[in-house]
Write a protein that binds this ligand. Structure first.
Ligand SMILES: NC(=O)c1ccc[n+]([C@@H]2O[C@H](COP(=O)([O-])OP(=O)(O)OC[C@H]3O[C@@H](n4cnc5c(N)ncnc54)[C@H](O)[C@@H]3O)[C@@H](O)[C@H]2O)c1
Ligand SMILES: O=P(O)(O)OC[C@H](O)CO
Length: 345
C-alpha cells in the first residue's frame, strides 16, 4: 500500500510502530498489517519478541492467531520507532508518561503519535493525548486517538467492527483512517479528540458499574438504566470540557458503552462482575491478568468531574465500591435514594 496522502514520500509502504504487545497492541498491529502497513511491535520481553518473529504468534495473548508476515517485533524502542509514519501507544494509561519519556528521543521526525489507551492520568487528570503532547513535545495536530467498540479478541478473529480515528487535524485523521481500514475494521474520522477520549475512559467506569450490577443479579432494567445514565454523566462531563455532545451518541460513546457493558470479553465488565459477586478488590485484581483501566481511572475521572464541577453519581459510586470498600448493596441504596430530578439536567 502506498501512503494515502500526497504529502508523504511515495514508493514505500506506510510504517507503523506499535508500543505494547498486549491484547490491543497486538490486535491493532494485525489490523494495520492487514490494511497494508509494515508493522513493528515493541515488546518489553525478549522471549515474546522472539516468539512473534519466529512463530508469527503472540503466545501470551492470542495463541491461536497467526500474525501477518509484515508484523515483526523488537525490544529495542529505537528500532521500533525508526522511520515510523505512525507511532501507536498501547500500554496501560498510568505507565504512559514514564515510558514515553524514555522513548521520546527515538521517535521518527514528523511521526503521528496514536493513542489506543482509554484512561485518564491519576494525579494530573490529563487525557492520554495531553500527556503525549506534553511528554513528546508535539502539537495536538500530530496526536491521534483510535477508540470505539473494539474488543481485541473479536478483532483478532477478524470479526466486523467500526471505530473512530480522532485528530484535531482532519487530514491526519484521514491518513490514519486509510492506514487501518480493512474489510473487517471500519474507521470513521472525528475531530473531537476530547469527546472521543472521554467516551473511551468513562465507558470503562460505567462498565465496572454494570458488571457490579450483573454480579449482584440486579437484572436488565438496571443494566439499561446504568448505561443510559452513565452516558448522561459522560456527556455532562464532555460538555463541561468543550466536547461535542454528538460524539457521545457515536461509536466512541454509546457504541463502546454497549459493547463493554454487554460483553463477557470486557475486562472492566468482568472485573465489576467479580466484585458484585462478592470477591474482594485484592481477589479480583489477582484473577484479572490484563489491564482493566477503569479500576484506576474511576478516581481520575471523578477528579476531572470535580475540577469541572460536574455531578457524576455512577462514577462516584464505583470509586466508593472499588477504592473505599463500600459494600455494593449500600452503594446501590445510596444511588437509588438520591433526590428526584428531571431527566435532562
Ligand atoms: N484489549 C482491548 O480489547 C482494548 C480495546 C481498545 C482499547 N484498549 C485499551 O488499550 C490499552 C492497552 O490495553 P491492552 O488490552 O492491550 O492491555 P494488556 O494488559 O493486554 O497489555 C498491556 C501491554 O502493556 C505492557 N505493559 C504493562 N505494564 C507496562 C509498563 N509498566 N511499561 C511498559 N509496558 C507495560 C504489557 O506487557 C502489555 O504488552 C488500555 O488503555 C485499554 O483500555 C484495549
Ligand atoms: O476489556 P475492556 O473492558 O478494557 O474493553 C475493551 C475495549 O475498550 C472495548 O471497546
Amino acid at each position: 500500500m502506498t501512503r494515502p496522502d500526497t504529502a508523504a514520500p511515495a514508493g514505500r509502504p506506510v510504517k507503523a510502530a506499535v508500543f505494547g504487545t498486549g491484547s490491543w497492541g497486538t490486535a491493532f498491529g494485525m489490523v494495520l498489517a492487514d490494511a497494508g502497513c509494515e508493522v513493528t511491535l515493541w515488546s518489553r520481553r525478549q522471549e515474546l519478541a522472539d516468539a512473534i518473529n519466529t512463530t508469527r504468534v503472540n503466545p501470551d495473548y492470542f495463541p491461536d492467531t497467526r500474525l501477518p508476515e509484515s508484523v515483526r517485533a523488537t525490544t529495542d524502542p529505537a528500532e521500533a520507532a525508526h522511520d515510523a509514519d505512525f507511532t501507536v501507544l498501547a500500554i496501560p494509561s498510568q505507565t504512559l508518561r514514564g515510558n514515553l519519556a524514555a522513548w521520546a528521543p527515538e521517535l521518527a521526525p514528523g511521526t503521528v503519535l496514536v493513542s489506543l489507551m482509554k484512561g485518564v492520568e491519576l494525579g494530573t487528570a490529563k487525557r492520554m493525548s495531553e500527556v503525549i503532547q506534553e511528554v513528546a513535545e508535539v502539537p495536538g495536530e500530530r496526536v491521534a486517538v483510535v477508540t470505539g467498540p473494539n474488543l481485541a479478541k473479536e478483532i483478532v478473529a477478524r470479526m466486523p467492527a467500526a471505530a473512530v480515528v480522532a485528530c484535531r487535524d482532519e487530514t491526519v485523521a484521514r491518513r490514519l483512517q486509510a492506514a487501518c481500514h480493512t474489510p473487517y475494521f471500519r474507521p470513521y474520522t472525528n475531530t473531537d479528540v476530547v469527546g472521543c477520549e472521554l467516551g473511551g475512559a468513562v465507558k470503562n467506569v460505567i462498565g465496572l458499574a454494570v458488571g457490579i450490577a450483573d454480579g449482584m443479579g440486579l437484572g436488565d432494567n438496571a443494566k439499561g438504566s446504568l448505561i443510559t445514565r452513565g452516558l448522561a454523566e459522560t456527556t455532562r462531563l464532555g460538555l463541561a470540557m468543550g466536547a461535542d455532545p454528538l460524539t457521545f451518541s457515536g461509536l466512541a460513546g454509546l457504541g463502546d458503552l454497549v459493547a463493554t457493558c454487554s460483553s463477557p470479553l470486557s475486562r472492566n465488565h468482568t472485573f465489576g462482575t467479580n466484585l458484585g459477586r462478592g470477591m474482594t478488590l485484592q481477589e479480583t485484581i489477582a484473577v484479572t491478568r490484563q489491564t482493566a483501566e477503569g479500576v484506576k481511572s474511576c478516581e481520575s475521572v471523578l477528579d476531572l468531574a470535580r475540577r469541572h464541577d460536574v455531578d457524576m453519581p455512577i462514577t462516584e459510586t464505583v470509586v466508593g465500591i472499588v477504592h473505599e470498600g463500600k459494600p455494593p448493596m449500600v452503594a446501590l441504596k445510596e444511588l437509588m435514594s438520591r433526590a428526584a430530578k428531571p431527566e435532562r439536567r
